[in-house]
Design a protein around this ligand. Structure first.
Ligand SMILES: *Cc1c(COP(=O)(O)O)cnc(C)c1O
Length: 353
């Protein structure tokens, strides 16, 4: 069986975990948490990292730390994981979706401006599958309209855009350390920023918004989204191998591309853009919409051969939960839904050489 992903764990993870057990530091108060925050911030060229319990939690914290709430709109891709839109909705704001580029599968930056209204507060840029969002025009647009930028770099640790690390763009970036990401802590995530006030607010939201002076008196509602020392120990060991992980993922992506290039009726990921070489977090395949190959049938047949696959993300404007809440009612005709309905993913598993 070739699973979609298996984490690669080694002696260094064991060594750092053993240190947690030997010293008794297992909670979020342990020293590896701050070390992991600093090392991750360095890796993406940010001043501050705030480790949390998942990438989803990082999005909640980032949106709240920016003060986004009722009356605000946040522009984000239709084609992404639910955590992005859920963070906006949970903050009491309104998510506004932009269609995907059918070739890169990222938010089509040329279609953002038509969605900007006087209520727009922020753009959430989510890098999808392997290539970064076209950040230069996106940042220019944000600047022109005075909008905040949240960068979801969960899939893109180790990737760059125009030579600048993903995770370093905009006001605040988020990472996930789920096992299928380039660096894993089992479960985990991080908020990254260069703004010390934003970092302080993120730390507060992560930790129930305890007041520094008067503990157990609260002016805001936060969460317990703390990362444990055990998770940070694994993360530190993983981060030491990031360059190697990225090199291996790229090699696997190129191998899939070479071997599938002659197969008719499928669209493969772009090898790169002017700004970035594909990092192949996953290897997405879109089936031609000609009725010859049906994604579900292909997935079933690959499964029969012991090859694991996943469907693509299901777009936000078609999510029953959001339709029920009255969101996206005018968005039934985004043109690039087809990339969702005829698509499968091969993950570029870290463990396959
Ligand atoms: C994985 C992922 C997340 C969520 O991270 P979790 O740690 O699973 O909560 C958020 N955004 C994107 C783009 C992701 O790929």
């Amino acid at each position: 069986m070739i699973p979609v992903n298996t984490p690669v764990l080694g002696p260094r993870e064991k060594e750092l975990l053993a240190r947690c057990i030997d010293t008794g530091w297992i909670s979020s108060e342990g020293p590896f948490v701050a070390e992991f925050e600093a090392a991750t911030a360095r890796a993406v060229d940010r001043r501050f990292g705030v480790a949390v319990s998942s990438g989803t939690a990082a999005l909640d914290v980032a949106v709240s730390a920016l003060g986004i709430g009722p009356g605000d709109e946040v522009i984000l891709p239709a084609f992404t994981i639910i955590s992005c839109a859920a963070a906006v909705v949970r903050a009491g704001a309104v998510p506004v979706v932009v269609d995907a580029d059918p070739v890169t599968w990222n938010m089509d930056v040329a279609r953002i401006e038509e969605k900007i209204t006087p209520k727009t507060r922020a753009i959430m840029a989510v890098h999808i599958y392997g290539l970064p969002v076209d950040m230069r025009p996106l940042m220019a647009l944000a600047e022109k309209h005075g909008l905040k930028v949240i960068e979801d770099a969960a899939e893109m640790l180790g990737q760059t855009y125009g030579g600048q690390p993903c995770g370093s763009f905009g006001d605040v970036s988020v990472l996930s350390f789920y096992p299928n990401k380039q660096v894993t802590t089992g479960e985990g995530g991080m908020v990254l920023t260069d703004d010390s006030a934003l970092a302080d607010r993120s730390r507060s939201f992560r930790n129930l918004c305890f007041e520094p002076g008067r503990r157990f008196v609260h002016h805001h509602l936060g969460w317990n989204y703390r990362m444990t020392n055990l998770q940070a120990a694994v993360g530190l060991a993983q981060l030491e191998r990031l360059a190697d992980t990225v090199r291996r993922k790229r090699a696997m992506g190129r191998r899939y591309a070479e071997n599938l290039s002659a197969v008719p009726g499928i669209q493969l990921p772009l090898a790169g853009t002017d700004q970035a070489e594909n990092i192949y977090w996953v290897f997405g395949v879109v089936m031609a919409d000609d009725g010859r190959l049906d994604a579900e049938a292909v997935m079933a047949r690959l499964g029969d051969h012991g090859i694991g696959t996943r469907p693509f993300f299901w777009p936000m404007h078609l999510q029953p939960v959001f339709r029920k809440m009255g969101f996206f009612t005018g968005e039934s005709n985004l043109v690039n839904n087809s990339c969702v309905e005829f698509s499968i993913i091969f993950y570029t598993s870290k463990s396959i050489r």
